[in-house]
Write a protein that binds this ligand. Structure first.
Ligand code: DOR
Ligand code: ZN
Length: 350
């Protein structure tokens, strides 16, 4: 059947390789939005205080599983927040026990709750060496934090100044460049096939920096790394639809209440868990590559992480525009759902 006539698509159940679930009441409210469609997710550890040790990750995993509504199946894949005081043997033990799937590197000060992140990369070398030895991936927030580097250049500078030297010193370390936003990052991943992959968010496939700033400031499109110019967005779409195994979905769905977003210094983060699969189907359909959605959302991620793809499926069906809510209610206040700016015709029906 020609792609354009397709009205139904069945794919392996997708996974989200970068997700913020928070804790407490917010966790309870947002978890079903992901678990409804996704089988597994890499859970970000930037809680307050952060999830640093194996014991903290195990406790957080238990809270996530306890928050899961009756009848929903979902596997949280936990990460450890890398600090300069992280004990390499704790990381080794967390991996061996199946508690932690990956370690998360935040350069100190790069984004929400990253103050305990890494300033001096030499301090974490023993941890990186152990991870390379045991095959545990490092998930990287790839932005420098220097105040004299323009925010739109921070990803490209990170690749040159931090990532290249780091990977040269530890070539056996598996690295996921998370939420890539630039042609530079796409090229770097394409040109370096060994032990390197990248996640791409739903929103970075859809918005560019004009969406945030042209004709008024739109805080609900503000996230980190900040969306770049249109040429970069196009490069991300090309990578996502290419079928290249090193690119896969990590939504970076990051709930903040409207009160936290809509203020003079609003939080970074876009909440896409609710409508991600509809958004992605639309993007892939418009690009004429619906048949590549399964690789991006369901196959490439598990392959890089050395896990089997889901043996379950979901079905997306095309029809009238899907009436997604503008926001979801939480006990902390409403959380605005990402508005892609176009109708969403695909919905998960099974
Ligand atoms: O936009 C973002 N929000 N980027 C991040 O790196 C962190 C995240 C959050 O935790 O809200
Ligand atoms: Zn994130």
């Amino acid at each position: 059947m020609p792609e354009k006539d397709r009205t139904s698509l069945t794919i392996r159940r997708p996974d989200d390789w970068h997700l913020h679930l928070r804790d407490g009441a917010m966790l309870q409210a947002v978890l079903p939005e992901t678990a409804r469609h996704f089988g597994r997710a890499i859970i970000m550890p930037n809680l307050v205080p952060p999830v640093v040790t194996a014991a903290q990750a195990a406790a957080y995993r238990d809270r996530i599983i306890a928050a899961l509504p009756e009848g929903m199946k979902f596997t949280p894949l936990m990460t450890l927040y890398l600090t300069e005081a992280t004990d390499p043997e704790d990381v080794r033990a967390a991996h061996a026990a199946g508690i932690a799937t990956a370690v998360k590197l935040y350069p100190a000060g790069a984004t929400t709750n990253s103050a305990s992140g890494v300033r001096d990369f030499e301090q974490v070398r023993p941890v990186l060496d152990v991870m390379a030895e045991i095959g545990m991936p490092l998930c990287v927030h790839g932005e420098v934090t220097d105040h004299d580097i323009d925010i739109f250049d921070r990803e490209a500078v990170f690749i040159d100044k931090i990532l290249k030297p780091l990977r040269k010193k530890t070539p056996d370390l598996k690295v996921v460049m998370e939420h890539v936003t630039t042609q530079d990052a796409v090229d770097y991943v394409r040109d370096n096939p060994k032990n390197l992959a990248a996640t791409i968010t739903t929103h970075h496939l859809i918005i560019n920096r004009n969406h945030i700033l042209a004709g008024g400031i739109r805080p609900h499109f503000y996230c980190l790394p900040v969306a770049k110019r249109e040429a970069h967005r196009i490069a991300l779409v090309q990578a996502a639809i290419s079928g290249d195994k090193r690119f896969f979905l990590g939504t970076d769905s990051a709930p903040h209440t409207d009160a936290a977003k809509l203020q003079s210094c609003g939080c970074a983060g876009i909440f896409t868990a609710t409508n991600t699969m509809s958004c992605l189907a639309e993007v892939f359909e418009v690009a004429g590559q619906l048949n590549k959605l399964e690789a991006f959302a369901s196959l490439n991620g598990p392959m890089f992480y050395g896990l089997p793809p889901s043996d379950d499926t979901i079905t997306l069906t095309k029809g009238d525009p899907v009436p997604y809510p503008d926001s979801i209610e939480t006990p902390d206040g409403p959380v605005t759902v990402f508005n892609p700016g176009f109708d969403l015709h695909w919905r998960v029906t099974g």
